[in-house]
Design a protein around this ligand. Structure first.
Ligand SMILES: Nc1ncnc2c1ncn2[C@@H]1O[C@H](COP(=O)(O)OP(=O)(O)OP(=O)(O)O)[C@@H](O)[C@H]1O
Ligand SMILES: [Mg+2]
Length: 263
């Protein structure tokens, strides 16, 4: 029987080191279906490592990762199959430059899900529609703007119909004028019930959709709470200082909330 209360993702006491460098020192959190968790913190704090540990691209030394109750650390599970249920969106898009947008999106459907060429193309086109790029389906990455390339990256993740999508600073490599279109697409898919873990410093996005925000520093969770907690009464001085820095570096990005209110 399906347990509706079962978290989609449960991370328990995750530890990861590279040689003597301890990068994650006991991270735990969980997400229910349709929740969006925003993770933020200084450069080098372990955010990307955490995402790579979650999908076992880089397995942790200690701890547990459960996807809908199945322990990915268990040696007997089919890791490739489970990994196909975890979508990933990268900072630098990671598209194949020799493939058109539609083929970048349909590749996983064919190779991993074994779909026929026609069905995979149909599903890929549906995913491109969700990111408002159906009209660019036959363009190569070099013929697309950075924002459009990232939306192809999001479509590629969506097309696989994953249980959860992990985003690693999806807008931080984009020119400022392209960030809004990607955040808007992420907002749309969050609102239609996609379960997401998003590493980002876009606080407007966090405020609009995060069910919880987690601040990580030196591989530890320093503070966590609903967005209002961070915007109105953060406890730790480190968090306050970091949020002030973000305002300076990224601007306040309240535009996204304005867009939402005008809808
Ligand atoms: N494969 C690796 N081998 C050795 N050290 C690594 C490896 N991957 C990451 N690290 C180190 O682990 C620490 C955390 O890196 P990570 O990329 O997770 O940080 P981050 O929070 O994502 O930073 P950023 O905000 O700059 O992306 C850094 O000190 C980094 O140099
Ligand atoms: Mg990173």
């Amino acid at each position: 029987m399906v347990n509706l209360e079962e978290p989609v993702l449960k991370v328990v006491d995750l530890w990861k080191s590279y040689g003597k460098l301890e990068v994650l020192k006991g991270i735990s959190f969980e997400l229910k279906k349709q929740e969006v968790k925003v993770i933020f913190g200084p450069s080098g704090s372990g955010k990307s490592t955490l995402l790579r540990c979650i999908n076992m691209l880089d397995p942790p030394q200690k701890g547990e990762v459960y996807l809908s109750g199945i322990n990915l650390m268990d040696k007997n599970v089919n890791l490739n199959k489970l990994r196909s249920k975890i979508g990933m969106v990268f900072q630098h898009f990671n598209l194949f430059s020799h493939l058109k947008a539609i083929d970048n999106v349909s590749l996983g459907l064919r190779r991993v899900k074994g779909m026929s060429k026609d069905l995979a193309k149909q599903k890929a086109l549906e995913a491109l529609k969700r990111v408002k790029l159906a009209d660019r389906a036959n363009h190569y990455p070099a013929e697309l703007s950075g924002g459009q390339q990232q939306r192809v990256g999001i479509a590629r993740a969506l097309a696989m119909d994953p249980e959860i999508i992990l985003f690693d600073e999806p807008t931080s490599a984009l020119d400022p004028e392209l960030i809004g279109e990607v955040l808007q697409v992420m907002l749309d898919i969050a609102k239609t019930g996609t379960t997401m873990v998003v590493v980002t410093h876009e606080m407007g996005f966090a405020r609009a959709v995060a069910s919880e925000m987690i601040y990580i520093e030196n591989g530890l969770i320093v503070e966590r709470g609903i967005p209002n907690h961070f915007f109105e009464s953060p406890k730790s001085e480190r968090v306050k200082h970091f949020l002030r820095q973000i305002d300076v570096l990224y601007g306040k990005h309240e535009d996204l909330i304005k867009i939402e209110k005008e809808k």
